[in-house]
Design a binder for this molecule. Structure first.
Ligand code: E4P
Length: 226
């Protein structure tokens, strides 16, 4: 399963990229606004230089022609840009055009299995179903992921990857992995939560204490470390 980080914060992206566990980045207009960065194109350029995997950059226009122009412009920033378009008729038309031109496309704001079928038919590289926002209105976000995974598995010619978005907690990530979703885009704080378990902390503290009791060092004297 691939992990993308869902942020436009360069410090978080650098920090998490250093773990070697990051496969890509997703941004959206709200995350860009939150980052406080004043030049979107420069921001995307910088992110693409930090993370070699797909970096989603979202169009701002909502009509076909200007959306296509923005998408083509964003695609030229770096070879790892995935142009993000909304799941609307215009967005899917742009998706089809850009996909046919060899550009990666992430179709965002997907809230139903029917929409996910359309995204796959439009040649999307990724479809982004928003699980957290569905949970927020009393629907079952993870059921949507299960439905989309099941449908996509029935049609081998659907190349679209299921990119689980609007992730709010580690359970979303684990459930998505059990369902076979290709990617989860995860906020930085939730990625950090994935590492954590109180028994890991407790066990490590005990190992450190017990190791000190042995009075040994693993590295030979004079090796400069340890
Ligand atoms: C990512 O591609 C989406 O824009 C993002 O996951 C939405 O998350 P939110 O519902 O927490 O804003």
């Amino acid at each position: 399963m691939k992990f993308f980080v869902d942020t436009a914060d360069l410090n978080d992206i650098r920090d998490l990229a250093a773990t070697g566990l990051l496969d890509g980045v997703t941004t959206n207009p709200s995350l860009v606004a939150k980052s406080g960065h004043s030049n979107f194109v420069d921001l995307i350029k910088e992110i693409c230089a930090i993370v070699p995997g797909p970096v989603s950059a979202e169009v701002a226009a909502t009509d076909f022609e200007p959306m296509l122009a923005e998408g083509q412009y964003l695609a030229k920033i770096a070879r790892n840009v995935a142009v993000k378009v909304p799941l609307t008729p215009a967005g899917l038309k742009v998706c089809k055009t850009l996909s046919d031109q060899g550009t990666m496309v992430n179709v965002t704001l997907c809230f139903s299995a029917a929409q996910a079928i359309l995204a796959a038919k439009a040649g999307a590289t990724f479809v982004s179903p928003f699980v957290g926002r569905l949970d927020d209105i009393g629907e079952n976000g993870m059921q949507l992921i299960a439905d989309i995974c099941q449908i996509y598995q029935s049609y081998s010619y659907f190349r679209t990857e299921v990119l689980v978005a609007s992730v709010r907690n580690p359970i979303h990530v684990v459930e998505a992995a059990k369902m076979g979703a290709h990617v989860a885009t995860i906020p930085p704080n939730v990625i950090r939560q994935l590492f954590a378990h109180p028994l890991t902390d407790k066990g490590l503290a005990q190992f450190v204490v017990d190791w000190q009791k042995t009075g040994q060092k693993i590295l030979p004297e004079g090796s400069g470390k340890g």
